[in-house]
Design a protein around this ligand. Structure first.
Ligand code: RTP
Length: 142
């Protein structure tokens, strides 16, 4: 998910491009201004953290772009593309390492496992994703 700062800074195309170029397949995408309740559900595992209220405020400060990317090892690959939670610890070449500085404005969220990805897909795309054949796959995978 591209967070509100990513949308406002005009980085949607740049971020999508990095996922596409890596060989992942886009199977769902939407621009949305999610409610506080929706985001509290999305980040429910962080509800007890001291930064939770500021996280929810940040995440409701503007529209986000929710996406589902498919591919072999997509969750861990996606996290590699993102970099570390703290952008100052993120390597150059990662999205956070190239484009941001603060943890509270770190541009993008990525599911941290296949299981959490499935939960998040159910929350953000209750009608499911689009299944299709990506012809370039035969050039991406052995
Ligand atoms: P995300 O869920 O957004 O992909 O980030 P993440 O897994 O890398 O990090 P997580 O621990 O799940 O935290 C979610 C988001 O909360 C903000 N955060 N602030 N001030 C703090 O100590 C702090 N820690 C986390 C970040 O925006 C982080 O991405």
């Amino acid at each position: 998910m591209i967070k509100p700062d990513g949308v406002q800074r005009g980085l949607v195309g740049e971020i999508i491009s990095r996922f596409e170029r890596r060989g992942l397949k886009l199977v769902a995408i939407k621009v949305e201004s999610p409610s506080k309740e929706h985001l509290e559900k999305h980040y429910s595992d962080l509800a007890s953290k001291p930064f939770f209220p500021s996280l929810i405020k940040y995440m409701t400060s503007g529209p986000v772009v929710a996406m589902v990317w498919e591919g072999r090892g997509a969750a861990s690959l996606g996290r590699q593309l993102l970099g570390q939670t703290n952008p100052t610890a993120s390597a150059p070449g990662t999205i956070r390492g190239d484009f941001c500085i603060d943890m509270g404005s770190n541009l993008i969220h990525g599911s941290d496992s296949q299981e959490s990805a499935q939960k998040e897909i159910d929350l953000w795309f209750p009608n499911g994703v689009t299944e299709y054949q990506l012809d370039s796959a035969k050039w991406v995978y052995e």
